[in-house]
Write a protein that binds this ligand. Structure first.
Ligand code: G3P
Length: 217
């Protein structure tokens, strides 16, 4: 499973990237706001640091304007994935931008039918938002599973990018279902290393080691 980091905070991306944990990065207008950075500048910095796809989102609502913005974002670096919303205009922009050879990430996906349309429009990635479905008492993981089945039924190559991943359970479930990618905030990725039995076991080992009076170095 590929790990994308869902943030525009360069320091946090660097820490995970240095560990080999980063296969790509996703950003959106809210994350750009949170970073306090200029979109073109911070996206270039991230794209220079990371080898994999870096998603940068258009903000226009009409297809022609989305295409214009998408082309500009794509010029930042060779590893930019242009992110467009899952609207009819977004699907039109997806088709044009992907036909031009750009990676396109279709975002704000909340249904299997939307994901089917994105695949037909040539999306490189489809981003179903798991956490936001859970927020309204729907089952985000069921959507990942439905999209997996539909894409496998017909051999669509669009990659399922499980997004709005909020918990370590989301991450594990998405991997079990077979999402190609998950994008999660750095904190969620780091929490995947935690287990109370690891902590308890380590504490006991440290106590016993102290009693031996030995040193390794
Ligand atoms: O990848 C999409 C993500 O940024 C949305 O996450 O937690 O705002 O629903 P969230």
């Amino acid at each position: 499973m590929k790990f994308f980091v869902d943030t525009a905070e360069v320091d946090q991306i660097k820490e995970l990237n240095d560990l080999g944990m980063v296969d790509g990065v996703t950003t959106n207008p809210s994350l750009i706001l949170k970073s306090g950075r200029d979109i073109l500048e911070v996206t270039r910095e991230i794209a220079d640091m990371v080898d994999g796809p870096v998603s940068a989102e258009v903000v226009a609502l009409e297809a022609d304007a989305m295409i214009e913005e998408g082309r500009k974002l794509a010029q930042i670096a060779g590893n930019i994935a242009v992110k467009v919303p899952l609207t009819w205009a977004g699907l039109k922009a997806c088709k044009v931008l992907s036909d031009e050879g750009n990676m396109v990430n279709v975002t704000l996906c909340f249904s299997a039918n939307q994901a089917l349309l994105a695949a037909k429009a040539g999306a490189t990635f489809i981003s179903p938002f798991v956490g936001r479905l859970d927020d309204i008492n729907l089952d985000g993981m069921e959507l990942i599973s439905d999209i997996r089945q539909i894409y496998d039924n017909y051999g669509y190559e669009t990659q399922i990018l499980a997004a709005s991943i909020r918990t370590v359970n989301h991450a594990c479930q998405a991997a079990l279902i077979g999402a190609d990618v998950m994008t999660a905030p750095p904190g969620v990725i780091k929490k995947m290393a935690d287990h109370p039995l690891t902590d308890a076991g380590l504490e006991q080992f440290m106590k016993d080691w102290a009693k031996t009076g030995q040193k390794i170095v």
